[in-house]
Design a protein around this ligand. Sequence first.
Ligand SMILES: Cc1cc2nc3c(=O)[nH]c(=O)nc-3n(C[C@H](O)[C@H](O)[C@H](O)COP(=O)(O)OP(=O)(O)OC[C@H]3O[C@@H](n4cnc5c(N)ncnc54)[C@H](O)[C@@H]3O)c2cc1C
Length: 406
Amino acid sequence: MQEGWEISSGTAGATVWEPALDEAARHWQSVARRLTAEAFAPRAAEIDAAQRYPLENVALLSEAGIDRLFLPAPYGRGGSLSALCAVIEAIAEGCASTSGIVATLQLGANPLIEAGSEPQKQAFLLHEDGRLKSVAFALSEREAGSDPAAMTTTASREGGAWRLRGEKCWIGGGGVSDSYVVFAQTRPGSGHRGVAAFLVDAGQEGVTAPEREDKMGMRGTVNARLVFDTRVPDDAVLAEPGDAFRLALSALKVGRISVAAQSCGIALAAYRAAAAHAAARRTFGRPIIDHQGVGFRLADVSARLSAGRMMTYAAAAAYDAGRDVTLPGAQAKVFCSEMAHEAVDVGVQVFGGAGFVKPSLVERLYRDQRATEIYEGTSEIQRLVIARAIKAEQEARQPLAAVAAK
Ligand SMILES: Cc1cc2nc3c(=O)[nH]c(=O)nc-3n(C[C@H](O)[C@H](O)[C@H](O)COP(=O)(O)OP(=O)(O)OC[C@H]3O[C@@H](n4cnc5c(N)ncnc54)[C@H](O)[C@@H]3O)c2cc1C
């Protein structure tokens, strides 16, 4: 695919910039687009209305290998983050919830791939028939979301094992996953330095998911409260105190770029629907796109959507090239999620009354989009990360400036 505005196969249309993907990523993108067109998009409204976890979509993702695309062999297909972004974006265009399922599977598996021993990977990643097991990422608590070091779930030594006690909140895949990566405090009062990570089988005694959240959007994904009062052996330790927090942040760095891609997919869906409607709907004797108040808003979305895609695929390419993506990931997430906020808002406005009542595509997108500004670090937390990088840059420059002034 050619980079730029001149495209033949993209779904966005020539007014939105298209990334130049390598052959492997293009292959995965076309698989995702086909599944989205044939299965995910046609079911999206029903899944949303029923707040139903779409097991048939999960099966299709598994059959196509999309669930393990980003994991290295022998556990996965060794795909790049650029390929994963292309897939998540393409699926989000048709069914944001199903793209959320893909992102959730990656978020849970990544810490295991990064820090797990071979026996841990064998036990927690693969079914006997080779299918991927699902692992959920259990970090947040009701009183510890943006500030997870304040967590109160504890891990203490008891009878030669670890006893885990506490509750996790809003956990993606909670109650439907095979296992959990649970972050717990081993030395209360010691902040992030005392946090360790454990692999916990979802079916073992003392692990429950008492209720699922009733959500405004992303209603085809499952988020649940998890309650732990259980024991795990030493070989369930995935990361020791001191390493676990870094492991969580490392998974979130990748996850944030995936959320940026998801935001672009949602924005593309809203933009395409709004542009088509604005060209067809007439008031005062002309298509509404010819009224400057409508045309200019769409122009803004096309410009920002193009910029957001550039940031997302640049951040993914930086990751694929082995570079640290703390800053570009935070920049891409905050920009793209807020860009998508504007895109869905314009979508509802352009459709007028038809955009406000159900069933309406833009109404669903409006609700689904909102989560992208909250999970995997809110917009404020992304700005905090960026501001810290700006400060570090200035502090690194000051000694040089002092030398130059002499
Ligand atoms: C759909 C969904 C899926 C999720 N999936 C998972 C999952 O799979 N695993 C998991 O562990 N968690 C998950 N979460 C939890 C999510 O990561 C947290 O909700 C998020 O980190 C925010 O934490 P909080 O809700 O406690 O908000 P709070 O931390 O209470 O923040 C409230 C508000 O204050 C702002 N704020 C907080 N601190 C600062 C600061 N220092 N400066 C400026 N503003 C600040 C926040 O930005 C926010 O606007 C999910 C949440 C949702 C909604």
